[in-house]
Design a protein around this ligand. Structure first.
Ligand code: FMN
Length: 204
């Protein structure tokens, strides 16, 4: 790790994933709703950016994981570009974390386990929704849910078109509000997932 600036307090530590976990744990006590919400950013085939909220479901030792429908707009944009970025912002803590990186699918046992942990209506809803496709009416969707419920029963398997993505960062920035807008920022960057981190303190 190449360190160009001393880090103390909430920025201290040698593992950016642990720092992110610690900040999220603090946010879980401070935020009224969805402390794990991230604004996920992708680009479409024309290079036009796209953003939407998703829920961050795990911070592994090396990656950030969320779940979605593989037929959705975000999924095709990620599958085409192989990259994504996200920001999470906690108003209560006045902090943000920004992440940019390469993305791979998580469609194995971990995705199965997360799917199985969801409520039955959520599991059936994942089967029923062709996420991001046009829908005639809410009634049509509810009819699809009823059909799926009748055919899949109480123990539906994870749909093949639904699973996770693992964002493996090449850049993580930790930002905390400072007095008079003199904020603290530390950017961890590396050239690839197996390279060493370099850390810079950035101007506010
Ligand atoms: C707080 C919040 C959390 C959300 N979490 C998820 C999620 O974890 N996965 C997901 O597919 N969509 C989630 N959504 C819905 C997405 O924002 C979005 O509407 C949907 O995924 C379709 O996006 P796309 O058309 O860009 O693929 C969430 C929305 C909000 C507001």
């Amino acid at each position: 790790m190449q360190e160009k600036s001393k880090r103390t307090g909430i920025f201290a530590g040698d593992d950016p994933f642990q720092i992110a976990r610690d900040w999220l744990t603090e946010a879980e006590s401070a935020e009224p709703n969805d402390p794990n919400a991230i604004a996920l950013s992708t680009v479409d085939a024309y290079g036009v950016p796209n953003a939407r909220m998703v829920l961050l479901k795990d911070i592994e030792d090396g990656a950030f994981v969320f779940y979605t429908n593989y037929g959705s707009a975000k999924a095709s944009e990620i599958d085409d570009s192989g990259m994504a970025a996200f920001v999470m912002h906690w108003k209560s803590l006045r902090r943000q974390i920004r992440v940019r990186g390469v993305v791979e699918r998580e469609s194995g046992t971990k995705a199965d386990a997360y799917y199985a942990s969801r409520s039955l209506p959520s599991r059936l809803g994942a089967w029923a929704s062709k996420q991001s496709q046009p829908l005639g009416s809410r009634g049509e969707l509810l009819a699809e849910v009823a059909k799926i419920t009748a055919s899949k029963g109480l123990h539906p398997n994870r749909p093949p078109f639904w699973g996770g993505y693992r964002i493996i960062p090449t850049e993580i920035e930790f930002w905390a509000d400072g007095q008079h807008r003199l904020h603290d920022r530390f950017r961890w960057s590396r050239s690839g997932p197996d390279s060493e981190w370099s850390i810079d303190r950035l101007q506010p």
